[in-house]
Design a protein around this ligand. Structure first.
Ligand code: GDP
Length: 377
């Protein structure tokens, strides 16, 4: 329990569903109950209310350190760990040190949101790409499954993989925020157990503070864990209304720009991409369709930004821009003849396929992770 949580009363008996101390301050934190729901008896926290009424699972979040502390015992259990990552923000949503805290328990890596990739995508190629990335990150997994929880793609493969590796054990589902964990768990609940109609919070006997235990028919459970907040993801730094604009909900339309050196592309006020030096070449941007790119000359870029931020260079609006950290620069050199992605956590990625090499500078709010990787597409 975090120190800043306001308890309703010191002798409050807590949520009737899960026992957590109730608070009315922060909807993102445990034990939240809206003021208006306090008159109800029994009082249950919003999370239990959602589980009970909508089959929705947890939307509680923690930072990675707290998360690892909370789940420190997983290594000593005999369970299957399902790690959900977001293909749109692969680097940003990977849980570093996952391997260390799960002990010898097997990990199934579920890569969600494949519906965002173009229809012609070769999924075997993506699977191999994920395999190499996971290996590079030191994550040993027993299986990788690509899926779209939202569009119901690949879901049978997820079930098959879980059935195959579970062997009657509990399943811990872990993931960063917004990777689609709730969407997937709700599907799993529907598939695995018969709780649909008569779902009540009392059916969650093992529900404790931060973990939601969902009993399965065979006596084992799915354990939903809090979403991990990574401040290196742009999606964690923006308001809810801007989050909708950043996170694509349709197939990504690659934006191809033929650029000369000394040209700049703005993505609203979120990022700026300077092609500093190199022969004329194309760059392909994979970002949400709701972001309008704006091209200008590098020498004009600072001035243009000062004049137009928050209006023409939006989102974010001026008011929201003030809540973001100031931009910081990342210099990127693309070696000759290499095809690489520059991934900007939460915003998307830029594919550079340079015959002659290129020098770039990427500007993003301070703290947002910028990384280089083998091209995904
Ligand atoms: P959680 O925070 O990990 O529990 O994620 P949610 O299940 O709440 O989903 C976060 C956001 O991602 C929501 O806007 C979902 O609609 C969206 N989402 C979830 N699954 C998918 C998917 O398979 N494809 C796409 N495009 N969006 C998804």
């Amino acid at each position: 329990m975090t120190a800043d949580r306001k308890l309703l009363t010191s002798d409050s008996s807590g949520c009737t569903g899960c026992g957590v101390a109730l608070q009315t301050e922060d909807p993102q934190k445990l034990g939240y109950v809206p003021e208006s729901a306090l008159a109800r008896t029994p009082i249950i926290c919003q999370r239990c209310f959602r589980i009970k009424n909508y089959n929705e699972s947890s939307s509680i979040t923690l930072n990675q350190d707290d998360f690892l502390r909370l789940l420190g015992h997983v290594g000593s259990t005999n369970s299957l760990v399902v790690n959900i990552v977001d293909l749109f923000d692969f680097e940003g949503s990977m849980i570093s040190s996952l391997a260390r805290f799960v002990g010898t328990n097997p990990i199934v890596l579920v890569v969600n949101k494949i519906d965002l990739l173009p229809k012609v995508t070769n999924y075997n190629r993506i699977l191999n790409w994920v395999q190499r990335q996971a290996k590079e990150a030191g994550l040993k997994v027993v299986e990788i499954v690509l899926c779209s929880a939202k569009k119901n793609m690949g879901f049978e493969r997820v079930i098959e993989a879980l059935d195959h590796h579970r062997k009657g054990r509990d399943i811990y589902v872990v993931g960063a925020t917004n990777v689609g964990k709730s969407t997937l768990i709700n599907r799993l609940i529907r598939d695995y157990s018969d709780l649909d109609s008569e779902l009540t919070t009392s059916q969650y006997p093992g529900t404790t503070l931060d973990l939601v235990r969902i009993p399965l028919d065979d006596g084992s459970s799915i354990i939903d864990t809090p979403g991990i907040v990574y401040k290196h993801r742009l999606t964690e730094l923006v308001s809810k209304s801007d989050l909708v604009k950043l996170m694509p909900d349709k197939v990504l339309k690659p934006l191809v720009f033929q650029l000369n050196e000394q040209q700049t592309i703005f993505f609203g006020g979120y990022a700026r991409f300077d092609f500093v030096q190199g022969e004329r070449q194309s760059f392909t941007f994979y970002v949400s369709n709701a972001l309008n790119p704006h091209r200008t000359k590098l020498e004009r870029a600072d001035e243009l930004y000062e004049e137009h931020k928050g209006v023409m260079l939006a989102p974010p609006t001026l008011a929201e821009l003030e809540l973001l950290p100031p931009w910081t620069k990342h210099a990127v050199r693309i070696p000759k003849g290499k095809s690489i992605d520059i991934s900007i956590s939460g915003l998307g990625w830029v594919k550079a396929n340079s015959q002659s090499g290129a020098d770039l500078v990427v500007h993003v709010p301070k703290g947002v992770k910028v990384s280089i990787r083998e091209s995904l597409i």
